[in-house]
Design a protein. Structure first.
Ligand code: FAD
Ligand code: FES
Ligand code: FES
Lengths: 264, 160
């Protein structure tokens, strides 16, 4: 089924892309979410801005105390990048497990979080890593913590005229484990368990509810898996009932904590 | 719009392409290349797998204008060396009985080609991971795994 008509712009710089973006003119990165949403008539942009030819959005660089990942970098690119492996290994682990080979090659990290589909591996890990996202419009530039960027399903703090240029991960990034339960295309439950550089531990439960749920603990033994499972708000669907998903959440939190305690 | 791109090593042009067409539609309906299959149009089944500038993509999730000036390789373009014959992955699928109705086969063969290009001797876990997202309704997958193992063993014989 063809999509409704639109104009396609192909800028070579982020500045040119930003000048075009508005409510009816959307960024087109890998298209793995966008084209489906357009085909289903959920969104009807009159124009798209192809980001794939903007080299500056595809760079991964190391700053003094941050790792900067360009919004256009594909899941494969992030998963295989040496800087990510060295400084934010947890993100590489999660990116290797996204969707399938085509989605990893075609889909971008920026498209993943801008679409804000709740069942996201990326969102779960970015909250665990205290990441911030960099948003740029024609008149402003701002940095928003991941926890404030995600507002709900398919809803973020990004304004229509803003381009997500990069994701910024403060260093040293916490290390830990990432576990998920997935039977179909997208995760049912995702759990990141990390040891924080300043001491203490953080557990993030994602994909199962509308937003990732994050909790910090002084000791790993203080993590209450049942309490976390009670705090998520799963949606009953074909991958399970609410009760089942809470159960799986509790099990995966316990497994993640055991794996972190075991040094795996 | 006019779309100019390379398909299986040959420069091609399509006129009056509607910007809302997918690359899958252009390949099947305008280029007359029905090997790339159309099933879910949602990125979930892998039947439409092609290479776009060497990257394995779902052709159903690529807007046709995005292929402008780029190179596409489809299942029809795999067996270039052996005049009309099959390439070694296709041959392995035939020999192991990994093809039943055949609808999923082109996508699986493209995904296998991509896997073996990057990982010439994959473990079973790597094969499963690479082919996750290529759905087959007929075979139960066991014979597909056999086909990939056979193709991998032959590839390592050819290029030690
Ligand atoms: C079959 C399938 C399986 C999947 N499995 C998983 C999974 O297991 N885990 C997971 O986390 N995800 C999964 N996904 C989602 C996948 O990660 C996303 O589809 C992909 O990362 C989105 O990136 P994209 O570049 O294709 O975005 P696009 O589709 O190009 O864009 C998505 C949205 O974000 C906007 N946008 C994109 N980039 C920018 C930018 N830089 N600035 C502003 N706005 C922007 C677009 O306008 C659009 O509204 C799956 C998807 C499919 C189709
Ligand atoms: S038709 Fe493209 S993935 Fe199913
Ligand atoms: S052989 Fe029929 S779908 Fe795979």
């Amino acid at each position: 089924m063809p999509l409704p008509a639109f104009t396609l712009h192909r800028p070579r710089s982020a500045a040119d892309a930003i000048a075009l973006l508005d409510e009816d003119c959307l960024a087109y990165s890998g298209g793995t979410e966008l084209l489906m949403a357009m085909r289903m008539g959920l969104i009807r942009p009159t124009a798209l801005v192809d980001l794939k030819r903007i080299d500056e959005l595809n760079t991964i660089t190391l700053g003094a105390d941050r790792l900067l990942i360009g919004a256009g970098a594909s899941h494969d690119r992030v998963a295989g990048d040496a800087l990510v492996a060295e400084h934010a290994a947890l993100l590489a682990t999660a990116e290797r497990l996204v969707g399938n080979a085509r989605v990893r090659a075609q889909g971008s990290i920026g498209g993943n979080i801008c679409f804000a589909e709740p069942r996201s591996d990326v969102a779960t890990v970015l909250v665990a890593l205290d990441a911030t996202v960099l948003l740029q419009s024609a008149s402003s530039r701002r940095s928003v913590p991941a926890t404030e960027f995600f507002l709900g399903p398919y809803w973020t703090a990004r304004e229509p005229g803003e381009l997500l240029t990069a994701i910024s991960i403060p260093l040293p990034a916490p290390a830990g484990v990432y576990l998920k339960f997935q039977t179909v295309e997208r995760p049912t439950v995702a759990v990141a368990a990390v040891a924080l550089p300043e001491g203490g531990y953080r557990i993030v439960v994602g994909a199962v509810g509308d937003l990732p749920v994050s909790a910090d603990y002084a000791q790993l033994t203080a993590v209450d898996a049942a309490d976390l499972a009670a705090r998520v708000e799963p949606v009953s669907d074909l991958t399970g009932s609410e009760r089942y998903k809470r159960h799986v959440t509790e099990v995966f939190v316990r497994r993640a904590v055991a794996a972190l305690a075991g040094g795996r | 719009m006019r779309l100019t791109f390379d398909v299986n090593g040959v420069g091609q042009q399509a006129d009056d392409v509607w910007p809302g067409e997918s690359l899958l539609y252009v390949l099947r309906e305008r280029m007359g290349l029905p090997g790339t299959k159309n099933a879910c149009e949602q990125g979930e089944c892998g039947s439409c797998s092609v290479y776009l500038d060497g990257t394995l993509v779902c052709a159903c999730l690529v807007a046709a204008p995005q292929a402008q000036g780029r190179a596409v390789r489809t299942v029809e373009g795999l067996a270039t060396d052996s005049a009309g014959g099959l390439d070694h992955i296709q041959q392995a699928f035939v020999e192991t009985g990994a093809v039943q109705c055949g609808f999923c086969t082109p996508g699986l063969i493209m995904a296998t080609d991509d896997l073996l290009a990057n990982t010439p001797t994959p473990s079973d876990a790597e094969i499963r991971e690479a082919l996750a997202g290529n759905l087959c309704r007929c075979t139960g997958y066991e014979k597909i795994l056999d086909a990939v193992r056979l193709a991998a063993s032959r590839r390592t014989e050819v290029t030690p």
